[in-house]
Design a protein around this ligand. Structure first.
Ligand SMILES: NC(=O)C1=CN([C@@H]2O[C@H](COP(=O)(O)OP(=O)(O)OC[C@H]3O[C@@H](n4cnc5c(N)ncnc54)[C@H](O)[C@@H]3O)[C@@H](O)[C@H]2O)C=CC1
Ligand SMILES: O=C(O)[C@@H]1CCC=N1
Length: 271
């Protein structure tokens, strides 16, 4: 049996909390040997700590774990991270922070030997996440395996070739769920504008997004082939796609601009 991983998680908010719940339900981590740090721990997190028996907000002194996972806001990192420098000396450090470079993490933690970057997304809370991963040569095959096992507990993993590509992962899949949620909001608004009751339009749009997501997860056809399967020649879908994807390629152009803006922001946060 593969050994469970001991983890110190710094920041158990939306993303850190989702990862933690994924690890606990998949049995990836050893709760009794793990610790979670979050000064704003809410009742749900306290209950989780009691149920699974992991340490919540212990003193960081003397803690020794396989992996130190950093999930605080990048803007808070410089002031928060130094308290965890001693843990980082012996642990594999995995940062899920957007726009916080390996160099900046190294500076904040006193240059620990092994630091890697992971860019998960929020569907990790339902085991339906996808995480982009990058580790420099200082992280060996065993370290990569630990990172992969931790992130695979919450969905798919995709290794990328350079640290810069993590900013591109952030633009595609890190921020990506929000694009689909916006599309769902916009579709519901369009349905209401046509004359449907607001609640009916919301239910139709949400179930459609979720159904399309289920097809993407289960159907091996490409997204383009599935789009074609919905689109009868001269029919209703073709009329809509003429607006979204006609000569001006409006949606594709907009998506490129949106992803470029996200990647640019990730790079700015890094500076
Ligand atoms: N929300 C998302 O969809 C994604 C977020 N991320 C990254 O995850 C990180 C966290 O983002 P969210 O979870 O969205 O933010 P959040 O605000 O929900 O969580 C941050 C947590 O850090 C805690 N915190 C603040 N000071 C702390 C300290 N001194 N020690 C320990 N914990 C402390 C806060 O109480 C909070 O619970 C960010 O760096 C973000 O770039 C990455 C991928 C997706
Ligand atoms: O918006 C953000 O900066 C974070 C990173 C990816 C998703 N949320």
């Amino acid at each position: 049996m593969t050994k469970e991983i001991s983890v110190a998680l710094v920041g158990a908010g939306a993303m850190g909390g989702a990862l933690l719940r994924g690890w606990l339900s998949a049995g990836t981590i050893d709760p009794a040997a793990s610790a979670v740090f979050d000064p704003a721990a809410d009742a749900a997190l306290k209950k989780l700590a009691r149920r699974h028996d992991f340490a919540l907000n212990p003193s960081p002194e003397g803690i020794s774990v396989d992996a130190l996972v950093l999930a605080v806001k990048p803007q808070a990192a410089a002031s928060v991270l130094p308290a965890y420098a001693a843990i980082a000396r012996s642990a594999l450090v995995i940062s899920v922070m957007a726009g916080m470079s390996l160099a900046a993490i190294g500076r904040a933690l006193g240059d620990p030997p092994r630091v890697a970057r992971a860019m998960p997304n929020l569907p990790a809370a339902f085991g339906a996440g996808v995480t982009g991963l990058y580790a420099p040569a200082t992280v060996n095959a065993h370290g990569r395996d630990v990172i992969d096992r931790l992130m695979a507990a919450t969905g798919e993993t995709v290794w990328v070739r350079s640290e810069e590509e993590i900013d591109f992962v952030t633009a595609v899949s890190g921020s990506g769920p929000a694009y689909f949620f916006l599309l769902t909001e916009a579709l519901a608004e369009a349905g209401a504008a046509l004359g449907l009751e607001k609640e009916a339009a919301q239910r139709l749009a949400r179930a459609t997004a979720s159904g399309a997501g289920a097809m993407l997860a289960a159907d091996p056809r490409s997204p383009a082939d599935m789009r074609k399967a919905v689109t009868s020649p001269g029919g209703t879908t073709a009329a809509a796609l003429g607006v979204l994807d006609g000569d001006a390629k409006a949606l594709r152009r907009l998506m490129k601009e949106a992803a470029a803006a996200a990647a640019k922001r990730a790079a700015e946060l890094t500076e």
